[in-house]
Design a protein. Structure first.
Length: 143
């Protein structure tokens, strides 16, 4: 299914260690990703949930880490409390001469039934992930 998946590639002027830390250290994740995030560990089986309010609606984010390969890949189930669906989000890192290519892949988007829940459409996920990859870039460039 073509609408079921999205992928964004971005290269950062930072080492894989620095990008990995930004993707997995909860204090750093709060700065560029989700300030609501209370806890996160890059360990298979780790689970967390937190609320994000958007346009007057609550979106309870429920994550469960499914894969964690230090400095290379972090993946987690991504669900929303009170909504159908279950997806997988992954961040893969590829070092390239002192820089790091990140490939973000989000699969299972159709399971959120975007025809019933337009806020969970692929277009909105593209906007969101484009925002977050840019936010990560800004965070990594900060002194």
């Amino acid at each position: 299914m073509e609408n079921d998946k999205l992928s964004i590639t971005h290269t950062y002027s930072a080492s894989a260690e620095t990008v990995w830390s930004a993707l997995t250290d909860v204090a750093k994740m709060r700065q560029w990703y989700f300030p609501q995030l209370e806890e996160f560990r890059p360990e298979k089986g780790f689970q967390t949930e937190f609320n994000v309010q958007h346009d007057g609606n609550d979106f309870i984010h429920i994550w469960k880490v499914t894969e964690a390969v230090a400095l290379h890949k972090i993946a987690y189930e991504w669900r929303y409390g009170g909504f159908p669906g279950n997806s997988i989000l992954s961040f893969e890192l590829f070092p390239e001469n002192g820089r790091t290519k990140l490939i973000l892949t989000h699969t299972g988007l159709d399971s959120f039934e975007p025809s019933r829940f337009p806020a969970l459409s692929k277009d909105n996920f593209i906007l969101g992930w484009s925002h977050f990859t840019a936010s990560l870039d800004t965070f990594l460039q900060a002194p």
